[in-house]
Design a protein around this ligand. Structure first.
Ligand SMILES: [Fe+2]
Ligand SMILES: [Fe+2]
Length: 180
């Protein structure tokens, strides 16, 4: 399947839940953008975009089974749900395996073992920070401890800390001047 076909399949899977659909489209858009800016090869880009579209696939099931969408439940249940979802998409075993791995690790910020994983974390963070109005100190913490790609860091600043780069530079300049 093409990425557009996978997106449509995921929209059908979401059964009209506009919150879920808005979120997955947002994460997909940021993942696609960061992936392209970082110059990923086309196979990795396809894996990344498929994982971004399907990353929260376990949320409806977790709401019913656990009454919440805690990350660890999403990771546990996401693996088999996305495996089922990918059947019939024509994706080869290795690529499907990587998508399953990414979906079942997307709330884990340690052990990041590839650009696809790193970018998925960044894209999901931007979407969640926008949707939940996370405060500046949270954004700065993510920037210094989890964000990894240059394009991801740039987008995070441009979207979540707009106009602050100039202020940061000025502050840094004043520190330098006062220190000399
Ligand atoms: Fe999630
Ligand atoms: Fe998410």
């Amino acid at each position: 399947m093409t990425t557009a076909q996978i997106l449509e399949k995921m929209i059908v899977f979401s059964e009209g839940n506009l919150h879920d659909i808005d979120h997955l489209i947002r994460v997909w858009t940021y993942a696609k953008t960061i992936g392209e800016l970082e110059g990923l090869d086309s196979r990795t880009q396809y894996i990344l975009e498929t994982a971004a579209i399907t990353h929260d696939i376990a949320c409806p099931y977790c709401r019913t089974k656990y009454g919440n969408t805690e990350g660890r439940h999403q990771e546990e249940e996401g693996a088999w749900i996305v495996r089922d979802f990918l059947r019939g998409t024509g994706m080869d075993e290795a690529a499907a395996g990587r998508v399953i791995y990414l979906v079942s690790h997307h709330h884990t910020v340690t052990g990041v073992d590839g650009a696809d994983y790193q970018i998925l974390l960044e894209a999901d963070y931007i979407a969640n920070a926008e949707e939940n109005h996370w405060p500046e100190e949270n954004v700065r913490r993510f920037l210094s401890s989890v964000a990894g790609t240059e394009s991801g860091k740039r987008l995070i600043r441009e979207i979540l800390l707009p106009g602050q780069e100039e202020a940061d530079r000025t502050r840094a300049g004043q520190v330098c001047e006062s220190g000399s």
